[in-house]
Design a protein around this ligand. Structure first.
Ligand code: MN
Length: 261
């Protein structure tokens, strides 16, 4: 039998909740609902529950150019533009992992790539709660194949532990903040937040025209140039520095594990 769980909180209903049976206790479910993925908040004990994970497709010009060149060379796709309006895709909420020291090398790929990103988390008023460093892990070979076949990107972007994140810090870091991703100590990606084509308010404005943003929604804000492959055993470290050189966001660090299969 299902153990008595905590009473569900009442809040303003989401679009979904208006069209789904309202359970008043955990015991009403056939089996316990999945525990939500959660991010740590620096200096606090309460956890940030993750509802959805969205990602911005292109938000740095140099990365747009590197992807457009890759598409033209490998896929003969030549009608893409650097300065297109932002577009969005999703990762599963349970892809957002924060305490994982080792991220398993995912199955079905020969080309796992890192994408360093600033992650924005929406709080209980659906406004910006805070930010973290994250890596939009990508099975690039599956993405190339999906693009060539004009199929969805899901297999490339949405897999277990596909969104490792550091702890959240409250607020938005200043635009001069520099982000850096290194692999085995060598810097692979580096940018300042001011390089983003669309800033956080514009991203939220665009995305909120597509879906109703809610507390717990998390948005990866795009990656700068320098995306590249990861191999089992690689040590990945993401850091954020203020103009004074101090830590602007908590680091996000993990080691790529062996393939499970
Ligand atoms: Mn990305």
């Amino acid at each position: 039998s299902v153990a008595q769980g905590p009473q569900l909180q009442e809040g303003s209903p989401t679009a979904l909740e208006q069209h789904t049976p309202a359970a008043t206790s955990m015991a009403q479910y056939l089996f316990p609902p999945a525990v939500p993925a959660a991010l740590r908040v620096v200096g606090e004990t309460a956890l940030f529950p993750v509802r959805r994970v969205y990602c911005v497709g292109r938000n740095y010009r140099a990365h747009s150019r590197e992807m457009i060149q890759r598409q033209a060379a490998q896929l003969k796709i030549t009608d893409d533009k650097v300065d297109a309006p932002p577009f969005f895709f999703q990762k599963p909420a349970y892809g957002a992992v924060t305490d994982t020291k080792t991220v398993p090398y995912p199955p079905k790929t020969q080309r796992l790539e890192h994408e360093l990103e600033m992650v924005v988390a929406l709080g209980d008023d659906a406004c910006v709660f805070g930010c973290a460093l994250g890596v939009d892990l990508t099975r690039r070979d599956l993405q190339d194949r999906a693009k060539a076949q004009r199929r969805p990107w899901d297999a490339a972007k949405a897999f277990d532990a596909s969104a490792p994140c550091g702890a959240l810090a409250r607020g938005l870091p200043p635009k001069e903040t520099r982000l850096e991703l290194s692999v085995n100590g060598a810097v692979r990606q580096s940018c300042v937040l001011a390089d983003m084509i669309y800033g956080v308010p514009e991203i939220l404005e665009h995305l909120s025209r597509e879906v109703e943003l809610r507390p717990g929604d998390v948005i990866f804000t795009g990656t700068p140039e320098g995306v590249g492959p990861l191999a089992p055993g690689d040590a990945v470290a993401c850091r954020a520095f203020g103009v004074d050189g101090g830590e602007a966001l908590p680091a996000c660090e993990f080691v790529v594990g062996e393939p499970r299969l």
